[in-house]
Design a protein around this ligand. Sequence first.
Ligand SMILES: [Fe+2]
Ligand SMILES: [Fe+2]
Length: 213
Amino acid sequence: MTVRTLSPLDRLLSGIERAMEAVGGSPEAGRRSPGDVVPDVAMEEADRRHAAGLMRINHVGEVCAQALYVGQAALARTEETRAHLMHAAAEETDHLAWCAERLKQLDSRPSLLNPLWYAGSYAIGVAAAAIGDPISLGFVVETERQVEAHLAEHLQSLPAEDERSRAILRQMQEDEIRHAQNAQERGGVDLPWPIPGLMHAASKVMKTVAYRF
Ligand SMILES: [Fe+2]
Ligand SMILES: [Fe+2]
């Protein structure tokens, strides 16, 4: 079997294809949604809307995760780091697909601003990778930790009867914890001040906007 190394053009084209899938909301999950085994129950209109707002935020978070990882992989210094980032991106594709499916079940839609979220996150990923692999991996550690903390908040905030969304978020939280650990083991360093605070502020803006739009 011949193993072909991807040229920069191949990478660019596959990156564009991935972006269209993420933004278009039609990615295919490798694993079945953890929500599938949980019975869906009818909710009050206000609860349904609230659950949809939260799941839209989570969907945007996964669009951003895709874009970050792919942007970071584009400029990774070693093949090993690149492979690691692309493997993590594949797990984020599952999260993306599960959130997209749940949004449909909740009679809702993904964020209208997804192309913007994707482009911004991709640029941040490229910038982190340009500094070098230890910072880039450190960026993964910080991102995943912040996402994990935010998922914990959503697990509390979801309507009590929405166990189906909760099952999805629980599996995502488990995966994000592992992503952070893996990136740290591969040499991710602590990010210098004020980057973690800026990341937190940026995600707060994203959450406020994505809840509605
Ligand atoms: Fe994720
Ligand atoms: Fe992750």
